[in-house]
Write a protein that binds this ligand. Structure first.
Ligand SMILES: *Cc1c(COP(=O)(O)O)cnc(C)c1O
Length: 401
């Protein structure tokens, strides 16, 4: 899509607004499936938590994806978007046995990541197959808060606890149909990922009735020009060879599953916000926008970089700006960014705003959450209305005071 399309969207739907380009989602989906085209049974489970709008889920379904879900509500969203239960995997962490049973009752694939729940679930429901989430204790990089493979991580059953898993399986007579890992968020070194995969293959040989191996996600996408990103083609070539060889040894064509979130939607997304005020201090020029970390928390939460452009004045002379929000707390989107001259009323575009942006938005400062627009079939479609004051008060119960 073109910059003029984005400007039109800001004009039509107001600001701030999230925009997602379906063409980019489609091309990312195709890039990943092509990289693994020699795996006989490949399945991509889109990680719903990255961006959970129903129209995005429907787009994923039309591409042939399944879903990876982490809460019962995400399972319900998947069903509402038309997915079959068999296409949905439920991968909770720290969730109650009751909620896991609810998901199992619906018929979705269950992934369990701790011994206590595994034993309880297996004792009560020995006929329901489950997948186990292994922690191979391999660090795949990224910010500490998004790396989930390290030794003190809360995720997964430690690879050193496989003997305990086997004891529970024997005791309960349950059936393990898959094994899973999700090592973190940034695969930069393919050899590190392959090393973790070897640990998973070795663990897999302990289970005789597997249907699939799920390698999770962690595909890194570029945020800046020349940024390093996961070379999915190289990973595809190397892992395919090894996976097919493993299947031969195992004696069965297993499904290979990935659960990409960011890879599919990050770059498809743009966040559009209007500049309320340009404020010159003795040291800095601030551009204050009509949004804040209530709508877009990643820069403050993970120090993530999001490229910012002034699409209202693309030819303007470049100057240095600190782009800040309107929240009454430090609320910085970018410091000392070179941006073409910003005037009050201009529309700024933030890149990589597809994953973990709207889905983490809140009403902090009692603001409305933004609208969402999907660019699909070369047209802009409103897929979520901006909130209104009703949304702020609808669940509040006023008492007489
Ligand atoms: C969040 C998550 C993903 C998606 O991770 P990305 O880095 O967005 O690709 C995949 N699997 C599980 C279990 C997750 O929790």
């Amino acid at each position: 899509m073109k910059e003029s399309d984005l400007l039109n969207i800001a004009q039509t739907f107001g600001s701030p607004t999230y925009v997602y380009d379906a063409n980019k989602i489609t091309s990312q989906y195709e890039r990943l499936t092509k990289a693994f085209k020699n795996v006989p049974k490949l399945k991509l489970h889109y990680a719903v938590k990255a961006l959970s709008n129903l129209s995005i889920l429907k787009l994923m379904k039309s591409l042939g994806a399944g879903l990876d879900t982490v809460s019962i509500q995400e399972v319900q969203l998947g069903l509402a978007a038309g997915f079959d239960v068999h296409e949905i995997m439920y991968t909770p962490n720290g969730v109650s046995l009751e909620e896991i049973e609810q998901a199992a009752e619906l018929g979705v694939k269950i992934n369990i990541d701790n011994l206590s729940i595994l034993e309880q679930f297996g004792s009560k429901h020995p006929t329901i197959p489950v997948c186990i989430r292994i922690n191979p204790h391999v660090m795949a990089g990224g910010n500490h808060n998004i790396s989930v493979g390290h030794i003190d991580s809360k995720f997964g059953i430690s690879i050193h606890q496989i003997p305990h898993v086997l004891r529970i399986v024997e005791l309960t007579n349950m059936n393990i149909n898959g094994i899973h890992m999700h090592t973190g968020s940034d695969i930069l070194d393919i050899d590190v990922f392959l090393y973790a995969s070897e640990i998973l293959f070795k663990a897999a040989t302990n289970f005789k009735n597997l249907d699939f191996i799920d390698f999770g996600s962690g595909f890194k996408v570029p945020y800046k020009k020349d940024d390093i990103q996961t070379n999915v083609e190289e990973l595809g070539e190397k892992l395919t060879t090894r996976f097919n060889q493993f299947c031969q040894e195992y004696g069965k064509d297993l499904s290979l599953i990935f659960e990409p979130g960011k890879f599919l939607v990050s770059e498809s997304g743009y966040f559009l916000a209007e500049v309320n005020v340009v404020k010159q201090t003795t040291s800095t020029v601030f551009a204050g926008i009509d949004s804040g970390f209530n709508h877009f928390i990643r820069p403050m939460l993970y120090s993530s970089y999001h490229h910012i452009e002034n699409i209202s004045n693309p030819e303007g002379r470049e100057r240095y700006y600190s782009v800040v929000g309107y929240i009454c707390e430090t609320d910085t989107f970018g410091n000392n960014r070179r941006i073409s001259e910003i005037r009050e009323g201009d529309i700024l575009k933030f890149n990589n705003a597809g994953a973990y942006c709207f889905s983490m938005a809140s009403n902090y400062n009692s603001r409305y959450r933004p609208a969402e627009v999907l660019w699909y079939n070369e047209e802009a479609h409103l897929v979520r209305k901006r909130e209104t004051f009703d949304d702020i008060v609808k669940n509040q119960v006023e008492i007489d005071i």
